[in-house]
Design a protein around this ligand. Sequence first.
Ligand SMILES: Cc1ncc(COP(=O)(O)O)c(C=O)c1O
Length: 465
Amino acid sequence: MRLLSRKATCNTHGQDSSYFLGWQEYEKNPYDEIKNPTGIIQMGLAENQLSFDLLESWLANNQDAAGFKQAGQSIFRELALFQDYHGLPAFKKALVEFMSEIRGNKVTFDQNKIVLTAGATSANETLMFCLAEPGEAFLLPTPYYPGFDRDLKWRTGVEIVPIHCTSSNGFQITAPALEQAYLEAQRRNLRVKGVLVTNPSNPLGTTMTRNELNLLVDFITEKSIHLISDEIYSGTVFNSPSFVSIMEILKDRKCENTEVWNRVHIVYSLSKDLGLPGFRVGAIYSNDDMVVSAATKMSSFGLVSSQTQYLLSALLSDKKFTKNYISENQKRLKQRQRSLVKGLEKAGISCLKSNAGLFCWVNMKHLLSSNTFEAEMELWKKIVYDVKLNISPGSSCHCTEPGWFRVCFANMSQETLELAMQRLKSFVDSMANQSTHQMMKNSRKKSLTKWVLRLSFHDREPEER
Ligand SMILES: Cc1ncc(COP(=O)(O)O)c(C=O)c1O
């Protein structure tokens, strides 16, 4: 008799994906400048550690908030008691204002339409529970964030059908690709309930164009389905073109209070833009009251603790701080991304032109022994075990073309990034030397064969020739 549930024993969580395996390898042998200088450098984790000092200095200057005091008086007891799952109004207000600020105040958000969740992970799963039945499908453009297999499918039983995007147009979404994914779902007898996109994209590090966003709105209008826009990196855009939220498109198209308006939902989190994944602060924003109400009830499974809400409502309400943080953080990200791109260029490696995110989408096709995913895994293993860099292979992001890798740049010091680039360059150089050596060996073998052939030709009796 089965003692554990199917959910507990099935492997749809995706733990065995190379994305998570790389993390495990890193954990076994983590790089440390002093204690383990030959260890693995973690470049598979989309964390932002570049602006901690700004947060720390705010904490030092705001002892009341950090010490759970209000006007000098402790509010510890208030925070320690059981909170209602609607969340602190002051925090929801500060969060929606921060979301508007990130979008250049081109759109505003209503605090009554936001649901707090324990990170974007919980927000995405909760939306799946609200919008789809087990066995129904969401369409996702590839390549996509590997965690989605766990977040969207595992516990909900929802299926993901890929919208195949390719390097030929910089992995942009096209109308035929959307249509093809829809047909594929129908072929598999899956009812399509919506499309989920990440804008800016993880793993591409690019923002969606207005054209793509308009295509999506047309598509969900025509098919009468939902659209989830995961905008977790909306404040992590450091180059032009600037970020355009799906809300801005709906506003421009005068969709307010239409059916489509109610079918578009935004996911947000402070894990990336504020670099606080450990605080577990996420949100669902929806114009559909039923979704807000159901998601609020479900949020009791993944609330944000009251002391976190208290601390962050003070931090996000400090407009001088948020303004400076957003611009300084973007400046640092821009420098860091440029540094990675330059390091890669020195090793003869290019990447997709990006303007956002905490990673680059790197093209290493020329280093593959063949144009296959087996060769991609072979290269990935060499990079993890020999070069000692944990990067994420494109196959873990469901990319359809072998040879792409996601490389993160903001979860380490500049010195560590430079060391990583030195290691990569030495590896590429040694591969080039090996292949030159092999070519020379082959050509020597060829000329030797020719010489032997010629000799044997001369050795033969004239009549044998
Ligand atoms: C696109 C995307 N969505 C969701 C998440 C999960 O974020 P959180 O830490 O807020 O749960 C991530 C994390 O990397 C992500 O990249």
